[in-house]
Design a protein around this ligand. Sequence first.
Ligand SMILES: [Zn+2]
Length: 221
Amino acid sequence: MPRTLVWLGFFLLLISYGLVRGEPPAAVTAATGRPLVVIDPGHGGVDPGAISASGIQEKSINLAVSFVAANDLQTHGIAVALTRQSDRPALQARRFIVVDDLHFRSWMAHHLGATLFLSIHSNSEPTGTVAGPILYYVAGRESSHQLARDLAQAFARTFGRTPQIRTIRQLVLLEMKVPATTVELGFLTNRQDAIRLSSGAYQRALGSAISQGVVQYLRHG
Ligand SMILES: [Zn+2]
């Protein structure tokens, strides 16, 4: 699918979402037979997500890494759409409601015709001692589990350490009907991770590893 067509579909969706919620225009869902990877940079706008002690906001890290992954995938000839491409939530509403924004992200992915979905986030936890990326999928969904395994292998090749794979019941993932994984890039509450995550070189390495994992996954199919 040409990139312009993806974005045209995206804008049509934004317009149609408020009018015909749940009933997308047929033109947007027309199957092209080619894979379309939808990348969902978590949070945005008034919703910063996790924040490091030094003030680094999750939403910016997620977006930067998503851009790298999207560009890398496009160089492999794979069509990509993003649920947001600037510092704004996915759903433009007068008042930000996190659940509505999350529903909109999975709705948008399906109705753009996603064949694969990746939500990109950065983690937090209270002790500050936990570090490293984690890959999440919904238990019992074998294709999503395979996607997580392929991503884990690509991370292992890039960083020399295999990230954990865990199951989760997360709204955006539960709603997806295609292979879907949440990539937690690292912990902003860990000092070392926060420094790494804010470096452009590390962001590029993460984005490239994500792209490699997706390419590997698509080869199985
Ligand atoms: Zn998050």
